[in-house]
Design a protein around this ligand. Structure first.
Ligand code: GDP
Ligand code: MG
Length: 364
């Protein structure tokens, strides 16, 4: 009662499968194909006010020179870091957000669960760490938070109420005083960071091969994609895909139940592979390129059209505001305008006046 397949033998499938016929048996073996592997990947988010030293800290961690001439980060800069962990490796993707105040609001879209946060504070100023800690608490679930007190070269006396903050925000793992400029404390922090990365809970979760396959297919589709070997994927590049396309990709990999597809979407969102909010049923857009979203919101919020209408945004204004002005501009098809309305409502950047009209209170 053993089935031979190209020289290997397997236990026969359960009866429930065999009675369903040949195709069910093939699917069964397909699902067993390739063992499961731990995910071993984590998204690391650097948050804090513009000028606090986020980009300088990333440079220190990557062993690069911090020359004091860091130019303001534009948009979102994602960098990959690989850390050895016994026999295996951990991939850490650092998300460094640009500094403009206006963009704080759009950073919220990317604050994910199952991630690791580094909050960078400028030790020269009277910082308000609670603004950031609350934000992380709201969006980050129980992700660990490392609080960096930077620029101790200029203000060695600066301190926070650590006991109070630790009790109020239990996700805070520790406080680290350092100077990205002089390098003091930076090596120690990198060592702690590696330790904390290894302790991230979800790294251990076993992923079936089919999940990894969907993940890499999506990654290759993103226009920013460069593989670990610097080779570009040969594939149509797109900034976003519709839910149906995602579903098709899952089906091709034998991930056919809606619940499994949803579980995978949540993981992919937390890893930063896609941006997708399952709690908004209307949103069936899966965003592959973060800047496709931030750029549109930035254009909307800063548009002279909305300033002139005192914050009122109507659906029929989108085409003008989001139109491509240069060849390098992102393209926003009209059927995506609703996505941005829902997104801005979800994050309370705008309020609905009627079906086709929202109000952007920041512009009143
Ligand atoms: P970001 O906006 O949070 O990414 O901050 P940057 O990394 O761009 O740093 C803002 C400015 O602070 C730059 O001019 C840095 O050179 C400077 N800076 C960063 N770290 C330190 C530090 O430890 N000490 C001092 N004195 N300046 C620093
Ligand atoms: Mg920066």
């Amino acid at each position: 009662n053993i089935i031979f397949v190209t020289g290997n033998f397997f236990e026969p499938p359960p009866v429930e499968i065999t009675i369903k016929g040949r195709e069910a048996i093939i699917n069964y073996f397909k699902a067993l194909e390739g063992e499961e592997k731990p995910l071993n990947e984590v998204k690391v988010l650097l948050v804090g006010d513009g000028g606090a030293g986020k980009t300088s800290l990333v440079k220190r961690i990557f062993g690069e020179k911090v020359d004091g001439n860091e130019s303001q980060t534009q948009g979102i800069n994602i960098r990959k870091w690989v850390v050895g962990n016994g026999e295996s490796e951990i991939k850490a993707n650092f998300w460094d957000f640009g500094g403009q105040e206006i963009m704080h609001a759009t950073h919220q879209f990317f604050l994910s669960k199952r991630s690791l946060y580094i909050l960078v504070l400028d030790g020269r100023k009277d910082e308000k760490p609670e603004y950031w800690l609350k934000l992380i608490e709201n969006f980050g679930g129980d992700s660990p938070v490392l609080v960096v007190i930077n620029k101790i070269d200029e203000n060695p006396a600066f301190e926070l109420n650590r006991k109070f903050l630790r009790e109020k925000y239990p996700s805070v793992r520790g406080f680290y005083r350092l100077s990205c400029k002089s390098g003091e404390g930076a090596k120690e922090f990198s060592n702690i960071l590696v330790k904390e990365l290894k302790a991230v809970k979800h790294l251990e979760i076993k992923w079936p091969k089919s999940w990894f396959n969907v993940k890499s297919k999506l990654e290759i589709m993103c226009p920013n994609y460069t593989s670990d070997f610097g080779v570009e994927g040969e594939c149509e590049h797109c900034s976003f895909i519709q839910y149906n396309k995602y579903k098709m990709m899952c089906d091709e990999e034998g991930i056919s139940s809606a619940s499994e597809q949803n579980t995978l979407v949540d993981f992919l969102h937390d890893l930063g592979v896609i941006l997708h909010f399952r709690d908004i049923p209307l949103l069936n857009t899966h965003v592959l390129e973060p800047e496709w979203v931030t750029n549109a919101v930035y254009k909307l919020v800063n548009s002279k059209e909305i300033a002139e209408s005192r914050g009122v945004l109507k659906l029929d204004m989108f085409a003008e505001i989001l139109k491509q002005r240069t060849e390098r501009d992102f393209y926003y098809p009209p059927d995506q305008y609703g996505f941005f309305i829902s997104l801005m409502k979800k994050f309370e950047l705008s309020y609905e006046l009627d079906g086709n009209t929202v109000l952007l209170p920041g512009l009143l």
